[in-house]
Design a binder for this molecule. Structure first.
Ligand SMILES: NC(=O)c1ccc[n+]([C@@H]2O[C@H](COP(=O)([O-])OP(=O)(O)OC[C@H]3O[C@@H](n4cnc5c(N)ncnc54)[C@H](OP(=O)(O)O)[C@@H]3O)[C@@H](O)[C@H]2O)c1
Length: 326
């Protein structure tokens, strides 16, 4: 009898420790352990990594973090002048590991899906190879579900899903045809784990990415696939967000005292996930990280939590504001 009591006690203790740990960490437990005991980011030195959406936010900081460790980079997005600035920041951060040729700037609109093959060939012409494609370009959304126009649903899916799927398919075919042990990563979001209110299309898009890339993990062997889910992170994304109306941007800056993960920290955790080829990782500050944990493993509890706290409070938490603030 005492043996069953001991087992029961250990199980309860395990869950209590897990819950406490998630309250204090800023990533999932596996990523935390890998940051202490796993492969260092420098294990990627010399690899060619293409980051889409590298002109700002998480993509920019990911590029700089990887450059510090001598990773060769293709930086792509629409704004050439911003990309050139990021290129210089990467070269400065690289402490001599990288030269001008090692950081390739590619002006590219992800929505020009018919030109993806041409863009891909440009990267291969430049580096003669590709090791990792990081699908990071994307836009979030703030809007109540019943006001969102179908055209917005389509535009958001075109950028956050179809463009990502198409570019990834080209990269996967390249890896397979050229016997490259490649790696594809996608910047999802914690909205791919927990269905937060007030961004229904975005949440659906990130869930679609999970479905697609998890299928790749089960169907394409010999290629690594990482799904990385940032929680609220301080970037330009609230300005760039889709709303409910086609062509409109949310256009709100992130508040200086909003409690969000810094883009630098998010990029560091992302780099650790890439170096260790994790299947699935997430990052976020307290108490959001705790909510992600609950949402991931106990979805019924997270539904109850969202109902209990109410949409306004969930919005506040998502925006890094205290509960109950007006
Ligand atoms: N910040 C957060 O709290 C958060 C949380 C979860 C997930 N994420 C995800 O993280 C990723 C990066 O977002 P971020 O927060 O770093 O926002 P951001 O600073 O606005 O960066 C978005 C990047 O995507 C690029 N982009 C947008 N539309 C594009 C297009 N049509 N073609 C090519 N590039 C395009 C932008 O570059 P150009 O304007 O130069 O084209 C920019 O470099 C997104 O996938 C987002 O969903 C962010």
């Amino acid at each position: 009898m005492w043996l069953f009591s001991l087992i029961g006690f250990c199980v309860v203790l395990y869950y209590i420790v897990q819950l406490c740990v998630f309250y204090y960490l800023d990533s999932d437990f596996e990523l935390y352990l890998l940051s202490k005991l796993g492969k260092p980011i420098s294990s990627l030195r010399g690899k060619v990594v293409w980051i889409t959406g590298a002109s700002s936010g998480i993509g920019r900081d990911l590029a700089i973090t990887l450059a510090k460790h001598g990773v060769r980079l293709c930086l792509s997005s629409r704004k050439l002048s911003e990309l050139m600035k990021v290129k210089q920041e990467c070269l400065d951060a690289s402490r001599g590991y990288l030269n001008d040729h090692d950081v390739f700037v590619l002006q590219m609109d992800m929505l020009e899906i018919d030109s993806h093959n041409t863009y891909f060939d440009k990267v291969i012409d430049h580096f003669k190879t590709l090791d990792i494609l990081v699908n990071n370009a994307g836009r979030s959304q703030r809007a109540e579900w019943n006001t969102i126009q179908l055209k917005v649903d389509r535009e958001l899916f075109e950028l956050d899903v179809f463009a990502v799927v198409n570019l990834s398919r080209i990269a996967l075919n390249y890896f397979i045809e050229n016997s490259v042990k490649g790696h594809i990563a996608v910047t999802s979001s914690v909205t791919g784990l927990v269905a937060f209110p007030n961004s229904a299309t975005y949440t659906a898009a990130k869930h679609a990415l999970h479905g697609y890339f998890e299928t790749l993990q089960n169907e394409v062997f010999g290629i690594d696939v990482t799904i990385f889910c940032p929680g609220p992170t301080a970037t330009n994304f609230l300005q760039e967000c889709f709303t409910n109306t086609p062509g409109e941007k949310f256009n709100k800056p992130v508040g200086a005292d909003d409690k969000r993960l810094t883009s630098e920290r998010c990029a560091k955790l992302y780099s650790i996930a890439l170096a260790n080829k994790t299947l699935f990782s997430w990052a976020g500050t307290r108490p959001m990280n705790f909510i992600f944990y609950i949402g991931c493993y106990y979805p019924n509890v997270s539904r109850l939590l969202i109902k209990t706290l109410g949409i306004e409070n969930i919005d506040r938490l998502r925006n890094g504001r205290p509960l109950g603030e007006s």
